[in-house]
Design a protein around this ligand. Structure first.
Ligand SMILES: Nc1ncnc2c1ncn2[C@@H]1O[C@H](COP(=O)(O)OP(=O)(O)OP(=O)(O)O)[C@@H](O)[C@H]1O
Ligand SMILES: [Mg+2]
Length: 257
């Protein structure tokens, strides 16, 4: 079987993620302060904001790594993320790409994708079972999507930094997530790799909802539809890149232009 999102996922009204009135404090410091975020089905949302604005903490809350003090978070209309563990949330269809690579360097691109399809607890069954046609097609399709179809048998450790990052995204795609969270995807990439990453993330939108946190403004500009600016744990502004850039409050706290 190829993994599928949770059958309880209800996105009939087009909203993939609701985060409402969420706050969390660490030792009395409000890292997230009455945060509201609504992500549509198939949307590509960029999130920007200065260091310490709470961007990663926001992702930690959505993926169950951090539980907020107050507020609510729903995946679709029915799935209450605050009642679920990290693995349950991943299983339900929310994939997260961390910056530190988790590819198995000694394994090929193909094998990494195969292992990712099985999920965290499925290593043994996959190694000893044969892939069916549907599973093989899914791996091939993801390899094309991430542009590594000519590197299927390459040892993952031998890939370039950018290629490893795409493989990571491919490993997430093997689980068929409905929502993908990507934190600083282009850090350390060449310009060419950044352009390819922009194409990849743009191509994922539509079929998936994608939230991209990134500091590189040229990159954000190249993919941006709707942009959210976080500041001190709250939404400071939301809109198109042009609207954001001409917003006086944003200029003041962030862009400094
Ligand atoms: N587990 C934690 N314990 C204590 N403080 C934390 C914890 N996680 C985050 N913080 C604090 O919360 C604030 C928000 O951090 P966060 O990492 O979410 O910011 P960010 O917007 O991702 O910043 P950056 O752009 O630098 O990645 C920071 O002041 C950080 O030090
Ligand atoms: Mg961060």
């Amino acid at each position: 079987m190829v993994p599928q999102a949770d059958s309880r996922l209800d996105i009939k009204n087009g909203c993939m993620l609701y985060v409402e009135d969420v706050s969390v404090s660490f030792d009395g410091f409000k890292a997230i302060n009455n945060l509201n975020l609504y992500i549509d089905e198939g949307e590509l949302r960029c999130i920007i904001g200065p260091n310490g604005a709470g961007k990663t903490t926001m992702m930690d809350i959505i993926t169950g790594k951090t539980k907020p003090d107050t507020g609510s978070a729903y995946f679709g209309q029915k799935i209450n993320l605050l009642e679920m563990s990290e693995p349950e949330i991943a299983q339900a269809g929310i994939g997260r790409k961390f910056q530190k690579p988790t590819v198995f360097e000694e394994q090929s691109v193909f094998d990494n994708l195969e292992l990712a399809m099985a999920g965290p607890r499925g290593v043994l069954p996959t190694l000893f079972s044969k892939l069916n046609g549907e599973q093989r097609d899914h791996i091939e399709q993801v390899m094309v999507q991430i542009g590594l179809q000519d590197h299927s048998m390459a040892r993952s450790g031998a890939l370039s930094h950018g290629q490893k990052q795409w493989l990571e995204i491919g490993m997430l795609l093997m689980q068929n997530p409905k929502l993908l969270l990507v934190d600083e995807p282009v850090a350390g990439m060449t310009h060419q790799e950044m352009d390819r990453t922009a194409e990849l993330l743009t191509s994922l939108a539509g079929k998936h909802s994608v939230i991209v946190v990134e500091h590189d403004m040229d990159f954000v500009r190249s993919i941006a539809k709707k942009v959210t600016v976080l500041h001190q744990g709250s939404v400071l502004a939301e809109g198109s890149m042009d609207q954001i850039q001409s917003n006086p409050r944003v200029k003041e706290v962030y862009l400094g232009e």
